[in-house]
Design a protein around this ligand. Structure first.
Ligand SMILES: *Cc1c(COP(=O)(O)O)cnc(C)c1O
Length: 396
């Protein structure tokens, strides 16, 4: 038998972390890595946040799980925190980002279909989007590499060009139920949508009674210096999927909606065994306690500005390697002029700096939101050493 017990769907690298220490990871043989990947925008409080650890430990010892058949003081608390901090009136909890997007897709369809209008089922989505790995969420993306081997896809999705309002308009028709979009594409290469595009989608949705559904699984939860990224654009969605950072490392997601948008999500229409269990709620509440305040959000915005302007200066020293820096807050991408993946491996293998590769030859810089001056200094030290010692491989 040659298949590994761990199903080999990931090309895992040689780093095998066994311990976290604030903004560092320590692997099996004791090597320390600076973690500017944060489990792909998950560990927003780093790896040693006392409030989060204590909340999980206490809740685990008190009551870990009960069914959604019972009342949930823990869920009511976190739902209220999210409602207070956002556009939303109501929240459905999930265990992952894909499930949050699934719930959002269902809510958008149900908005039209709750009174029997079954003609409106189509969501217009955008090229190079990433919405997760379930059947519906891969169908919502035009990325063929995620489709191969899994046909038939689910119907009901049409793909427009990202950040191109005319392209979205051209796909609208009698079956359109709404738009599903990442305000800042994550896997696609840290590509922020323009103001005109986001505001245009909002206007189209208002005009045609469509649902504007945002996938903020990666860009949400204080990552960009706002609680949710759409706040940068001065618009509000009808429905929003959040996950990744919301549990700070505990598997947690949520679908947020306005009262109007959730009108189809009535008793018995949706559910999840684990979704919203007391342990997950304790983790989410601890994260919200830490991040959902002006002071914390301002600190993220400030650190983001600082990191970005230093990065912009830095890339000027290596005009053959780097093209530009983009993103918002502490969700930054360095677009490279050469293949980004070998450079990302070089930083990890030779300089113990963890980042994340992304589409469009972009290197994702996603540090924990709790980084301080010391981590920023260490990052630039490793990055400049890494750039200085890099030789572009033949194939790149
Ligand atoms: C990661 C991600 C998802 C999927 O989240 P999972 O927890 O892996 O299911 C969906 N949308 C976006 C934008 C993401 O970055």
């Amino acid at each position: 038998m040659s298949i590994t017990p761990l199903m080999p769907v990931y090309p895992r690298c040689g780093v095998r972390p066994v311990r976290g220490d604030h903004c560092h990871l320590i692997d099996e043989d004791g090597t320390r890595y600076l973690d500017f990947a944060s489990g792909i925008a998950v560990n927003l409080l780093g790896h040693s946040h006392e409030g989060l650890i204590e909340a999980i430990q206490q809740q685990a010892a008190t009551l870990m799980h009960v069914s959604n058949l019972y009342g949930s003081p823990q869920g009511e608390k976190l739902a209220q925190q999210l409602v207070d901090a956002t556009f939303a009136d109501t929240v459905f909890f999930t265990n992952s980002g894909a499930e949050a997007v699934e719930a959002a897709i269902k809510a958008a369809r149900a908005y039209h279909q709750y009174e029997g209008d079954t003609t409106r089922f189509e969501l217009i989505t955008f090229a190079n989007a990433f919405h997760g790995r379930t059947m519906a969420t891969i169908s919502a993306s035009n990325q063929e590499k995620m489709h191969h081997g899994f046909s038939p896809l689910l119907g009901g999705f049409k793909y427009a060009e990202f950040d191109n309002l005319d392209s979205a308009k051209a796909l609208m028709g009698p079956n359109t139920a709404g738009f599903l979009v990442e305000p800042i594409q994550g896997e696609g290469g840290i590509r922020p949508a323009s103001d005109g595009f986001m505001q245009g989608l909002r206007a189209l949705a208002d005009e045609h009674d469509l649902m504007l559904v945002l996938d903020e699984v990666q860009c949400g939860v204080a990552r960009t210096g706002k609680m949710y990224a759409h706040e940068h654009y001065g618009i509000e969605p009808d429905i929003l999927a959040t996950a990744k950072g919301i549990g700070g490392g505990f598997p947690l997601g949520a679908c947020l909606a306005t009262e109007k948008a959730a009108r189809g999500m009535t008793f018995g229409t949706h559910g999840s065994t684990y979704g919203g269990n007391p342990l997950g709620m304790a983790a989410g509440s601890a994260v919200m306690d830490a991040v959902a305040n002006e002071e914390f959000l301002a600190s993220v915005a400030e650190k983001g500005e600082r990191l970005r302007s230093r990065l912009e200066q830095f890339i000027g020293n290596y005009p053959d390697l780097f093209e530009l820096v983009r993103g918002k807050g502490l969700m930054l991408g360095i677009k490279m002029k050469v293949e980004s993946r070998p450079f990302f491996v070089h930083l990890r293998e030779n300089h113990q700096l963890l980042t994340v590769a992304a589409g469009d030859n972009t290197l994702r810089v996603l540090p924990p939101l709790v980084i301080g001056d010391a981590e920023i200094e260490e990052f630039f030290q490793k990055l400049s050493d890494g750039a200085a010692s890099y030789t572009i491989p033949e194939s790149a």
